[in-house]
Design a protein around this ligand. Structure first.
Ligand code: 1GP
Length: 257
């Protein structure tokens, strides 16, 4: 059964920040991806994202999405690095445009190549403005992003507002997978001030303390990828983020209400 993902996220965001686990289908065999996703769900993660910035064998992606879908009950959302990242077996797809890309390829062309596949698969479409911040990592390189300077949060904030004006339902601030520092707090704060749609933040988040600060600055959703892949005990690492940041803040909000 497919989730109504936008509805699920809206409903959960009403009273909590969320955590998404990102799984790159190229980094492990499908069975292992299913195990990681299950452990992440058991630790409290609210959705599983599947994606990577390089191409993948279609069969590998499909098998990975199927294995994850069979292993979890939370929504499985595609986070495609291009038209190659679409699989009919997910619940939904982030239909994302890298708004600070300097090539039409990642602004609109890859997306156009995917529309028929998405339509035929009946995937729920979640329109998202994707903004890549220094250092940007591989995704910034592949996407030819004109990276947002960490010193100029106001630039990113204007782009985020533009995303909202376009009707995009989510904004994602990305520092790049494995970034040595996550998106700066003042940038999260300024972006959050300008938009009403949920703000997703990812790249370089490795511990609960960092996650808590990002959420306090205004992040609605925290995404971690490497943390799961590099971890022997997923439940512990993700569990700490959920317990020590998201749950703590939930409690604070409840107490203040
Ligand atoms: C990458 O923001 C995500 O798209 C996750 O980054 O792998 O550094 O957690 P990490």
């Amino acid at each position: 059964m497919r989730h109504r993902v936008h509805y699920y996220l809206q409903r959960n965001l009403r009273w909590s920040s969320l955590h998404f686990t990102l799984i790159d289908p190229e980094k492990q065999v499908p069975g292992r991806a299913g195990e990681l996703a299950r452990a992440a769900q058991d630790a409290g993660s609210h959705a599983i994202l599947v994606g990577g910035s390089t191409g993948n064998h279609k069969e590998g992606l499909d098998a990975t999405v199927k294995a994850i879908k069979n292993a979890v009950t939370v929504p499985v959302i595609l986070f495609p690095g291009g038209s190659h990242g679409v699989s009919a077996h997910a619940d939904a797809v982030f239909f994302m445009s890298m708004l600070n890309s300097q090539t039409p390829r990642y602004l609109i062309e890859e997306q156009v190549q995917a529309v028929e596949m998405i339509e035929a698969a009946g995937l729920e479409v979640l329109p998202m403005g994707y903004l890549v911040v220094e250092p940007g990592g591989k995704v910034g390189e592949v996407g030819q992003a004109k990276l947002f300077s960490r010193e100029h949060p106001e630039e990113a904030a204007k782009y985020a507002l533009a995303a909202q004006f376009f009707g995009m339902k989510y904004v994602y601030l990305e520092a790049g997978s494995g970034a040595n520092a996550p998106v700066p707090l003042p940038m999260i704060h300024q972006v959050k001030q300008r938009i009403d749609v949920p703000l997703i933040v990812g790249g370089g988040i490795r511990d609960a303390d960092t996650a808590r600060k990002l959420i306090e600055a205004g992040a609605d959703v925290i995404v971690t990828g490497n943390l799961v892949e590099g971890s022997i005990d997923v439940q512990k690492t993700i569990g700490e983020i959920i317990r020590d940041s998201i749950d703590q803040l939930k409690k604070k909000i409840r107490e203040a209400a």
